[in-house]
Write a protein that binds this ligand. Sequence first.
Ligand code: TUI
Length: 319
Amino acid sequence: MFDTRICKLLDIKYPILQGGMAWVATHELAVAVSEAGGLGIIAAGNAPSEVIREEIRNFKKLSIKPFGVNIMLKSPFAEDIVGMICEEEVPVVTTGAGNPGKYISKFKEHGIKVIPVVPTVSLAKRLERIGVDAVIVEGTEAGGHIGELTTMALVPQVVDAINIPVIAAGGIADGRGFIAAISLGAEGIQMGTRFVCSTECTVHDNFKEMIIKSKDRDAIVTGRSTGYPVRVLKNKFTKEYMELEKKGAPFEVLEELGSGRLRLAVREGNISKGSVMAGQIAGLIDDVKPCEDIIQDMIKTAKIQVDNLTSIKGGESNE
Ligand code: TUI
């Protein structure tokens, strides 16, 4: 039923991608998502290329399904990671936090599918022209580093501007969000926060628990003054950070204050002093379950949504 161009392009059963979240998206999570019929993605984040090479090899020991690697383009190791990915026969690359233009021809030479995250129509058009296979259109509802526009407004504008498939991201965590994205013209979706709260995700239990306990307004944005806005769950750290931001603290001071905070929350479970990156949809998530169940429940709800849409149509024709 949901067999879109994304399924064919990536050779996957469901057009569902797992976000490439730094420190969070390890091979364990990626294996679980790929085995459940989606596309699991290993995040390179700020890690050196040899660490990620090992993650790729660990994935391949556990699964023969397609998978991806996400390159965070602001990483000091981005260039090395690109070279390593070309050596390791990675089927799919996603990129974030920048324009991957200069790497596209190299990936294409190695037969690697490239799917960048784009926060604007203009970047989507530019990247289509230089040969990317699809784009991930991520709205400001997402967790981590974000753009300005919402998923609802940006997805249809990008869909109308390009011919390659669009994957919607930001604010999606269940079958209703999936169908909403499809209604906007997307041919697939990417989820981050929902997959953090999966059994297979290796983040500290405190991190998962904080997402589950969070409410609608708990995911706030820090770093607007630095030009690198990041959506995180509010805690002691964000309070301190935002007070400094309000006082006009310089970029270097804020950068120093934020350094190492994601690892602190994800690995050590320090959710008061760490950076608990999560999207606005965190308030909707109320359980931890296997990736297989996340995907199956989503498809089941999505099918019900489609039936409901049909009944709306039927209702109109009866008037
Ligand atoms: O990249 C993300 N989200 C991220 S990256 C990240 S890394 C990190 N940050 C702080 C501490 C530790 C690790 C955390 N979250 N999402 C995809 C995304 N890409 N959002 C926005 C963009 C983007 C922005 C500008 C993509 C392209 C772009 O292009 C600008 C240009 O140069 O044209």
